[in-house]
Write a protein that binds this ligand. Structure first.
Ligand code: DOR
Ligand code: ZN
Length: 346
């Protein structure tokens, strides 16, 4: 008999872009509806660099939460070459931040203040290793001579492995991994290494984005790869391996900035993330591994308790995916994978 109902511990999102102001107010309710906690990306303009910045941003998020919502933003600091290790330590000790985010300069949206010279942030890495604070890594090199489809694999060899070798004990989350190489590296990295996987990278490959017309709402960074990589990610996610967990990377941009001659990178998946994941795990015959991926492996790596409350998904007729949500910062197109989603949160 096929299963048509599943109850999980409430999930967390270990990589989320909420933005700020009107956009944040518009998108936040969709994450808070399903997820208990989320690691909040610091790539605002200007970025969230210091503990004081993170405290103010956290207050703005809490103020924007709908009445009665229960949602805990887990804050991060944006690593720059000027980051002060003491400020990082203080922010961690007070419980304010749960990670530091590394963007190689120029890798993606609002990453201009990121790191160019990794030697300059060595003291921060050493402090983080000492206090056990995870480093969330956008793992792509930015050199123009490296093809966009190869940037993740090259980053592992040229940047990540040297960092981990020179700072033993540094706890690292390889974020939004997209390749079989990253799956292999994360699988073999031991207890200080983990990786998040997005919804879109589990559902789509580059053909979905480019064959028969270019689909700007499937454009994100790291870019979708070929199907063999998508299959490697599905395997990694659906086999219960504790190294892998959900980070949606839900990244809202107003529709007109994506349907544009120079469109922004990011998929707004928050409203449909759980329906998408249930579909993927169901297709893989692995619904029993969904809870590990969405609700258990992440807290275990971040050394936090799993959530006490639960969420139930029910299989039935395909859900209606809204085309857009309205925000006071403009409409935002909702991720639609182009195939029916049978699971809804009830
Ligand atoms: O697609 C993406 N969008 N990838 C990122 O790394 C950043 C994000 C954003 O902020 O829009
Ligand atoms: Zn992101």
């Amino acid at each position: 008999m096929t299963q048509d109902r599943i109850t999980l511990k409430r999930p967390d999102d270990w990589h989320l872009h909420l933005r700020d102001g009107a956009m944040m107010e518009g998108v936040l309710p969709f994450s808070a509806a399903h997820f208990a906690r989320a690691i909040i990306m610091p790539n605002l303009v200007p970025p969230v660099v210091t503990g004081a910045d993170a405290a103010r941003y956290r207050d703005r998020i809490l103020d924007a939460l709908p009445n009665g919502a229960s949602f805990e933003p887990l804050m991060t600091l944006y690593l720059t070459e000027d980051t002060d290790p003491t400020d990082v330590k203080t922010a961690q000790e007070s419980g304010l931040i749960k990670a530091v985010k590394l963007y190689p300069a120029g890798a993606t949206t609002n990453s201009a203040s990121g790191v160019q010279n990794f030697d300059r942030v060595r003291p921060v890495f050493e402090m983080m290793a000492e206090i056990g604070l995870p480093l969330c890594v956008h793992g792509e090199v930015t050199r123009s001579d490296v093809d966009i489809f190869d940037r993740e694999a090259v980053f592992i060899d040229e940047v990540l492995e040297p960092i981990r070798r020179t700072t033993p004990g540094l706890r690292v989350v390889m974020e939004h991994i997209t390749t079989a190489e990253a799956v292999a590296y994360a699988s073999e990295g031991g207890p200080n290494l983990s990786a998040t996987i997005t919804v879109q990278h589990l559902m789509l490959d580059r053909n979905d984005m480019l064959v028969g017309g270019i689909r700007p709402h499937f454009y994100c960074l790291p870019i979708l790869k070929r199907g063999t990589h998508c299959h490697a990610l599905i395997k990694a996610a659906t086999r219960g391996n504790p190294r892998f967990f959900l980070g949606t990377d839900s990244a809202p941009h107003a529709t007109d900035t994506k349907e544009n001659a120079c469109g922004c990178a990011g998929c707004f998946t928050a409203p449909v993330a759980m329906s998408c994941l249930a579909e993927v795990f169901d297709e893989a015959g692995s619904l029993d591994a969904l809870e590990s991926f969405t609700s258990l492996n992440g807290p275990a790596f971040y050394q936090l308790p799993a959530n006490e409350d639960q969420i139930t998904l029910q299989r039935g007729t395909p859900i209606d995916i809204p085309k857009e949500i309205e925000t006071d910062a403009g409409p935002v197109t909702v991720f639609n994978p182009g195939r029916p989603l049978h699971w809804r949160v009830v």
